[in-house]
Design a protein around this ligand. Structure first.
Ligand code: FAD
Ligand code: NAP
Length: 539
């Protein structure tokens, strides 16, 4: 009989968890407390208790080729950066394509997960659920926790003296839906993460004045990168990751900060932080400088104190205000788990952010509890592919002390980010994906690819490190992966071509042929050198 896996949560992580179980011949039962799939990405005016909440206008800041599931490219005509409604459309297509819905029990909340008395021998769990006021209990061979980490608002009121006296309205960004309520108001937004900057921009269209308060400033990235390509398509390449390894971190930061300052000088705009660009989770906002230069958003330091009607900032300035929005981030916890995993100040000890190290059997895994410099969906998917292989005993975890050493090392690495509760589960996209891929045996073998399939190898190295790269070989290999990689740039450009434009075709034949001949020689030389370099680098 197939082993049964309980999946808690039917958001994007839960969906790919169901698919990974099915691919491995396991029997998934997914419990979703709300009435539908999508988790955070399903916008509702008043989302159910215990589900993450987004605003009406939210547009994702990871582009479609970088955020898709690895064997299901997002349709050609979908925009690169999708509105939440389009993201839901994609998730529904995915669920339909792989027939996932019949494995989900909607309206069912998991309230307790505990070890069975025979756990040391069987690794089994008892899962207690509640649906329409009725509790049920069932036994599972393994559990995948997919409840997300952007549900519980972090509202640090204690850090803001006087807020209890403030007569205006205050709320967390989680409860913000649209700018209507702030028309003609003077509003302070606290925090310059992606929520704070999105909200400041949106509210400033109709508010009397918006103040964006930040205690340390931020480097602001654009969604639209060089030549109009999505920024993650431009930056997330294996070649750049390799160069970043070769350069000192200060050189890499100098180069990137110079580029960002070429768009607008962060010091002139009051945004320049003391820390370097790679030391903080990126804030991506194309519109913020426009709102600042037009005076609709004014950047301010941290709020020192609130009075009944105003905010006093740390530079001593005072502004009369009507409303405060705390865009101060999120906390996460696992209230349904007995003390198996402790979360303290958003820190959790999991091997590669997936497995607890102190269980007799590795039958509990956590999916999506990372904060990547990139999209979460492909990461969750690869974590699920690995976890299900571990559940089946096809992949084994190292001894406990090795796992603890890895956790310790990762905690030390985290110190490269500025100390903040938002930097506790931070991962770099390519290194982390490769790390997971090595566990599973699906990391692309670049030297071999250069020798056997140079056009593909070049795109894998120089092009964006899209999730399809992790379907080229090993368990779960997908026959469409090569074609998906070689056509990814077309899928980026296609949705933009909504009006026919004549391209410049007046290239004479002779120089073109000469150019092609030179390119061929260069490609051969380049390919061989790269294969050698990669072998030397141990790829
Ligand atoms: P969720 O989407 O939160 O889904 C968790 C599900 O679990 C929910 O459906 C919930 O109802 C269910 N659940 C919870 N507890 C229980 C229980 N006890 N029993 C049963 N069901 C339960 N990520 C990106 O990659 N790119 C982005 O651009 C991006 N933008 C974001 C924008 C905002 C405003 C926010 C807040 C986050 C953003 N994120 C982004 C991160 C986001 O968390 C992920 O994109 C994604 O939603 C994570 O999916 P998930 O399935 O892990 O969690
Ligand atoms: P976040 O990234 O955790 O940012 C929180 C902000 O609040 C930071 O600037 C932080 O400053 C500040 N802050 C926290 N506590 C504070 C305090 N006590 N005093 C002053 N400032 C404080 O949270 P978020 O912006 O809500 O983002 C959450 C996740 O959603 C991220 O993954 C983000 O990328 C994603 N997101 C994406 C989009 C999009 O795709 N369009 C939109 C919104 C959010 P410090 O840095 O100093 O701690």
């Amino acid at each position: 009989m197939a082993r049964r896996v309980a999946i808690i949560g039917g958001g994007s992580s839960g969906l790919c968890a169901i698919k990974a179980c099915l691919d491995e011949g396991l029997e998934p039962v997914c419990f979703e407390r709300s009435r539908d799939i999508g988790g955070l990405w399903r916008f509702e005016e008043q989302p159910e208790e215990g589900r993450a909440s987004i605003y009406r206008s939210v547009i994702i800041n990871t582009s479609k080729e970088m955020m898709c599931f690895s064997d299901f490219p997002i349709p050609d005509d979908f925009p690169n950066y999708m509105h939440h409604s389009k993201i839901m459309e994609y998730f529904r297509m995915y669920a339909r394509r792989f027939d996932l819905l019949r494995h989900i029990r909607f309206g069912t909340r998991v309230c307790r997960v505990s070890k069975r008395p025979d756990f040391a021998a069987t690794g089994r769990w008892e899962v207690v659920t509640e649906s329409e006021g009725k509790q049920e209990s069932a036994v599972f061979d393994a559990v995948l926790v997919c409840t997300g980490h952007h549900t519980d608002a972090h509202l640090p009121l204690h850090a803001f003296p006087g807020i209890e006296k403030f007569k205006g309205r205050y709320l967390h960004s989680r409860d913000y839906k649209d700018p209507q309520d702030f028309k003609d108001k003077r509003v302070v937004v606290i925090g310059i993460g992606n929520s704070g900057s999105d909200l400041a921009v949106e509210i400033s269209q109709t508010a009397k004045q918006v103040f964006l308060s930040t205690r340390r400033g931020a480097w602001i990235l654009n969604r639209v990168g060089q030549q109009g390509y999505p920024i993650d398509i431009v930056f997330t390449t294996r070649l750049k990751a390799l160069l970043k390894q070769l350069l000192t971190s200060s050189m890499a930061s100098d180069f990137t900060e110079r580029q960002l300052n070429m768009r607008f000088d962060h010091a002139h705009y009051g945004l320049k932080p003391k820390h370097r660009v790679f030391d903080q989770h990126p804030t991506v906002n194309d519109d913020l400088p426009n709102r600042i230069i037009s005076g609709r958003v004014r950047v301010k330091p941290n709020v020192q104190e609130f009075t009944e009607t105003s905010a006093i900032f740390e530079d001593g300035t005072r502004e009369d205000i009507d409303a405060v929005i705390f865009a101060t981030g999120y906390s996460f916890s696992f209230p349904f788990l007995e003390d198996y995993v402790k979360v303290v100040e958003n820190q959790v000890s999991l091997y590669k952010y997936v497995f607890p190290v102190d269980l007799e059997k590795p039958t509990l895994a956590f999916i999506g509890y990372v904060q990547p410099l990139g999209a979460i969906m492909p990461i969750s998917e690869l974590q699920c592919r690995w976890a299900t292989r571990v559940f089946k005993g096809l992949s084994t975890l190292p001894p406990r002390h090795d796992m603890e050493a890895d956790i310790k090392h990762k905690k030390e690495e985290m110190a490269k980010y500025v100390a903040s509760r938002r930097h506790t589960i931070q991962v770099d996209y390519i290194p982390y994906m490769d790390e997971l891929a090595c566990q599973l045996g699906v990391k692309p073998n670049l030297p071999l690819l250069f020798l056997t399939d140079p056009p593909l190898a070049l795109e894998v190295l120089l092009g964006p490190c899209t999730p399809y790269q992790y379907r080229l070989r090993g368990p779960g290999a997908w026959r469409g992966a090569r074609a998906a990689i070689l056509t990814q740039r077309q899928r980026v450009v296609q949705p933009l071509q909504t009006r026919h434009v004549e391209e410049n075709t007046s290239v004479s034949v002779l120089p073109l042929l000469r150019k092609l001949a030179v390119e061929q020689k260069t490609t051969l030389y380049f390919t061989t050198s790269l294969a050698l370099l990669l072998v030397l680098q141990g790829w």
